[in-house]
Ligand binder design. Structure first.
Ligand code: HEM
Length: 413
């Protein structure tokens, strides 16, 4: 069966310097095999060699795709050669808004990280544990007696939104409004209607955060929004645009990523009853299981652009070429991990790419790990052995984060 979307080759981007035998088209959003099983479908791309050219990447006018951990590490560690400016422009709908710090390059990037790193330290995350746990328990208790839920709608989507509200010092009462925006922003099927809804949501989020920054400048509190709105670099206050770019990044970065990762974790446990049992019997294994599951399900696909002509993996790339950085390729490289597609909670030395590598390493990794830990611990403690609901199907999607639209679970009520 041909699972690949009908391709319009007239829309391919193939610069002259790309060798014709290195071209392998795919569409991360539209190809049926990627939508139905993103990790399996992209795994097959290892067969195209160490690096290949994807001409069917309209957002970046075609891009190189790396399939080995050593090359991903090289690109991610060298921002002077491979910059990230423009990487996420599509998420702000073509606006000139820069997502900070993701789309900054040295030396500005380092200065912003220095300003922002103290915001989500292990100590701060520890202080949030009570609130994080309370929210998780509340959401789980609402479904536990029902014997079933749509894990995405009932838990994986609202949970990180609520944690974001706590992190930013925003009222719980506005969670529903934010949730609506998040759904429009991340659950896009790529249709014209979806894109309009996405654009409208992006504008509303930007307007809300602009208002929030103005309010916190006038009346600062002890919260992240106030810290960013009144932040200074080299003695100069951040501009309005920098404040908005930072708040918008914090909003986007910690929601869809946690939602999608939770989806894969719970899908894995629902379809691997032995692993679920193992964690129920020995909850001390949860931190190790989290690292192994993060490795196996590294959901983010990022991009970098060559700042000059440069050779990568033996291929001559030109200044301006984009490179697709699929973190899952690094996390499941057979050169670095034995039996890389198998989930083994006892695995040692898990240097995965789930939170990337190098200067843009995820700023929220401590909070993300805590959210994952609390979710697993509380769900397993409150809900009996669960599985995919009989007669239903989990619906996945591809794109720049691999995730789920729905994940129907059931358990003995
Ligand atoms: C399981 C959940 C998460 C995953 C898998 C994840 C993954 C990533 C990845 C792969 C990057 C690097 C992207 C690139 O270089 O192109 C990144 C960057 C970032 N993440 Fe996360 N993330 C998660 C949760 C969070 C949370 C909860 C926050 C904070 C609220 C957060 C904040 C950020 C920020 C601010 C950056 C940009 C860092 C920089 O450019 O220097 N992330 N994340």
């Amino acid at each position: 069966m041909n699972m690949v979307a009908e391709r319009d080759e007239s829309k391919f981007f193939i610069p002259d310097h790309v060798p014709r035998d290195m071209i392998h088209p795919f569409d991360l959003f539209a190809d049926a095999d990627i939508r139905h099983s993103p990790f399996d479908a992209t795994q097959k791309m290892r067969g195209y060699g160490r690096v290949f050219w994807n001409p069917a990447n309209p957002l970046f006018k075609g891009s190189w795709v790396l399939t080995e951990a050593r090359d991903l590490r090289y690109v991610l560690s060298n921002p002077e050669l491979f910059c990230s400016k423009g990487d996420a422009g599509f998420m702000t709908q073509g606006d000139t808004l820069e997502l900070i710090p993701l789309e900054l390059d040295p030396p500005r990037h380092g200065k912003f990280r220095q300003l922002l790193n103290p915001l989500i330290t292990p100590a701060i995350v520890s202080n949030m544990t009570h609130g994080v746990t309370q929210k998780a328990v509340e959401l789980i208790d609402a479904v536990a007696d029902k014997g079933e839920c749509d894990f995405m709608k009932d838990f994986a989507l609202p949970f990180p939104v609520s944690i974001f509200m706590q992190l930013m010092g925003l009222p719980e009462s506005e969670t529903e409004t934010f949730l609506g925006w998040v759904v429009a922003l991340v659950q896009t099927g790529g249709t014209a209607d979806d894109n309009l809804a996405m654009q409208a949501a992006a504008e509303k989020v930007a307007a809300y955060l602009t208002g929030l920054a103005a309010e916190r400048r006038a009346n600062p509190r002890q919260d992240i929004a106030s810290y960013v709105a009144n932040g200074k670099i080299d003695g100069e206050p951040l501009s309005d645009k920098e404040v908005l770019g930072t708040l918008y990044m914090l909003f986007l970065a910690g929601l869809d990523t946690v939602t999608a990762t939770l989806g894969w974790f719970f899908y894995h446990l629902a379809t691997h009853q032995d692993h679920q049992r193992q964690l129920r019997e020995d909850p001390d294994l949860i931190p190790k299981a989290i690292e192994e599951l993060l490795r196996r399900y590294s959901i983010v696909v990022g991009h970098r652009r060559c700042t000059r002509d440069v050779e990568v993996a033996g291929v001559a790339m030109k200044e301006g070429d984009w490179i697709t950085v699929m973190q899952s390729m690094g996390s499941t490289d057979p050169a670095e991990f034995e039996d890389p597609l198998a989930v083994q909670f006892e695995r040692q030395n898990i240097r995965h790419f789930a939170f990337a590598f190098g200067p843009h390493f995820c700023m929220g990794s401590h909070l993300a790990r805590r959210e994952l830990d609390v979710s697993l611990r509380e769900f397993l403690a409150r809900v009996p052995q669960f599985r995919i609901k009989a007669g239903s199907q989990a619906v996945t999607h591809g794109g720049h984060t691999f995730g789920f639209d729905t994940l129907p679970l059931e358990w003995p009520a």
